[in-house]
Design a protein around this ligand. Structure first.
Ligand SMILES: [Zn+2]
Length: 185
């Protein structure tokens, strides 16, 4: 049986997430998550996407929506959970790629490091490393889970890149390779 990977495009519906330099996080997340899912399917993985449109499956309030995302992955019996997000900062100079896990020193953190290495090498973005965070989707999932922050919409250069389909596809391909490198290690 193929390894099951759950791909969660962050936000959606009435919750756009971060907005910076005219670019909306929910849209960037969906574009990269969709390309990531396609890359992983081409590698032979069994992939389930939480949402494939702006609204699909998104509920309110946000706390319930986040619990539903984790629950859906748990019910499906996912082997890995990948949540795609895009960051924002009050300081427009802040930039770079980072990954979050619930606990460092875990399989989740090893998977995150593999994604981190692949993206930094392929896209040449600043390496902000693997970080620990008490995010709902990381806390409530039962399988190795990583939340990816693709870059900062508050940074003009990164916002331009993150809005570009070419960059989105390159990012998705690098994330897929990072996941595959970890699973096939
Ligand atoms: Zn987000």
């Amino acid at each position: 049986m193929a390894t099951k990977i759950f791909v969660d495009a962050g936000h959606g519906g009435t919750n756009p997430g971060a907005v910076g330099n005219g670019v909306i996080e929910a849209n960037v997340n969906l574009a990269v998550a969709t390309a990531l899912a396609n890359n992983l399917r081409n590698m032979g993985y069994d992939v389930r996407e939480y949402r494939t449109t702006n609204d699909e499956n998104v509920i309110t309030p946000i706390a319930a929506d986040l619990r539903k995302r984790a629950q859906t992955a748990n019910d499906w019996g996912a082997d890995y959970f990948i949540s795609i997000h895009t960051n924002s900062s009050l300081d427009p100079a802040v930039n770079g790629f980072e990954t979050y896990v619930y606990r460092l020193g875990t399989r989740s953190a090893q998977l995150a490091q593999s994604i981190q290495d692949s993206v930094v090498q392929r896209l040449g973005v600043k390496d902000n490393g693997v970080r620990q965070a008490n995010f709902s989707v990381l806390r409530n999932t039962r399988m190795p889970a990583v939340l990816v922050e693709l870059g900062y919409l508050s940074n003009p250069t990164e916002a331009l890149n993150l809005n570009s389909p070419l960059w989105q596809n390159k990012m998705a391909s690098a994330i897929a390779d990072g996941i595959n490198n970890y699973i096939k290690r």
